[in-house]
Design a protein around this ligand. Sequence first.
Ligand code: AHR
Length: 614
Amino acid sequence: AITVDPAAKGAKIDDTMYGVFFEDINRAADGGLYAELVQNRSFEYSTADNTSYTPLTSWTVDGTAQVVDDDGRLNERNRNYLALAAGSSVSNTGYNTGVHVEAGKKYDFSVWARATGGTVLTISLRDADGTLATARKVAVRKRGWAKYTATLTASRTSSTGRLSVASSAGAALDMVSLFPRDTYRNEPNGLRKDLAEKVAALHPGFVRFPGGCLVNTGSMADYSAASGYQRKRSYQWKDTIGPVEQRATNANFWGYNQSYGLGYYEYFRFAEDIGAMPLPVVPALVTGCGQNQAVDDEALLKRHIQDTLDLIEFANGPVTSTWGKVRARMGHPRPFHLTHLEVGNEENLPKEFFARFTRFRAAIEAEYPGITVISNSGPDDSGSTFDTAWKLNRDAEVDMVDEHYYNSPQWFLQNNDRYDSYDRNGPKVFLGEYASQGNAFKNGLAEAAYMTGLERNADVVKLASYAPLFANEDSVQWRPDLVWFNNHAAWNSANYEVQKLFMNNVGDRVVPSAATGTPSLLGPITGAVGLSTWATSAAYDDVSVTGADGRTLLTDDFSQDASKWTHTGGGGWSVQDGQYVQTDTAAENTMVQAGDPSWHDYDLHVKATKKSGK
Ligand code: AHR
């Protein structure tokens, strides 16, 4: 029985309580939310992004063409261009199965080109069945780099299109682009409509962006001659604004290239469009997600702190301010109303992180006392790192602390009371990432049950976002995810429906209630257990999984059949000499094996002998 006391007043629930976390993982940006249809438009793909990449990845050449990096480049931040010989053409394969176009819709082609004599470019769209749009001709005059445009109207719908550019005489090409005219709210350099609409339909209270591990991994250097045009650099907002042809692409922590076409301006604009509070995350000069190094460089720290102050000015400053003027030039003179900002993500080295965090916080509070500066509690929801981080945050009277956890559905059911005992006078909680391990109905149900516990504690838990938001079905670094897509379709998970239910029905205040009786737990779960390791290569042996009562679910010494394990994550693994050997050094690897479907006690304990770094 449930007893409700309508007269009693529980916690006030903020309108912003439930939000989304967008990270460019699973190709959520390029080939995802960012509507650009051409992959590797600037010929900047590199083996630093992915060992299988070349500057011509996703392009096929008919005739003669080569990628060049010389003094004739478009600009210092976009160094490669394509030298296309007379009578030759190049075709782009887009994302997933190809370039997706819909009959009757318009597509905006653009290219930066330079020719030593006059030349004519012929732009066409085809698939295996033939023409998809009437070809367009673009005359490139004899002069320096200039942008040329054309509009193509699709005559048929296809998801396997190829965009081709043929040149009558020699030409240099860069930023070969094709955008649907029909982007979300028809905005230029805009977002893929169906995906943006799915986020908008949630009515999220906030958008946390751009990561995740994306933010606090890699070099903290900028992109400049002085730092050797570093590619594996942390996500730095200044890299991602201004004209798209001047945004230097970067290797993505999740193993591919990021064009930064979807950058800070576009994130702020999207948050505003959908009525959500923008919540950026900046790196704190401690690398995380398996890299775990504190960067000791006072000048660099000062530069990152100044960059963060500049970010606040970019978002909120008047058009007369240095960075407010940049925002205005990009098309948004009005401020974006930034109120919350997070420093660091899942910081594994609490003391080193905190020493830097306090420097960021002091500088921000001195100049912008109205901004809530959010701190971190580390990568796990318990353990000594977590305890140390929480103590440091509590002692320093930090406003808000970000917690992350990915657990079994059973964990979510059993920990509904997690925040009942949190200190009411301590820092508030931002549950920036959480998910139960799966996209099945039972996962959504367990998350819904858990969210009632968040809401009951809305005086402590101020913000909460499921993670990750998007996954391209052909490029999955992490699962589960809220929304799945390919180049022409998108579909919701059960978890999405739960988030939508809560976000569209945010209450004003908790009405205290009490329940008697024992709620029945979820039915049998087809078990999946994972071994999760970060970054450094490692070898494992002797895995065993037992339930809370000691029953054995599975054991494996890896001497047998490797095929019974499913491997997810960014890189390689193999079974060698009776050991599970992780060969990838750039991303998380998870090995999963289905467990006993009749297993009812989900409090699993995974043991594995970690042999050593290999
Ligand atoms: O949400 C996926 C990843 O999970 C994030 O990048 C990271 O913060 C966490 O480990």
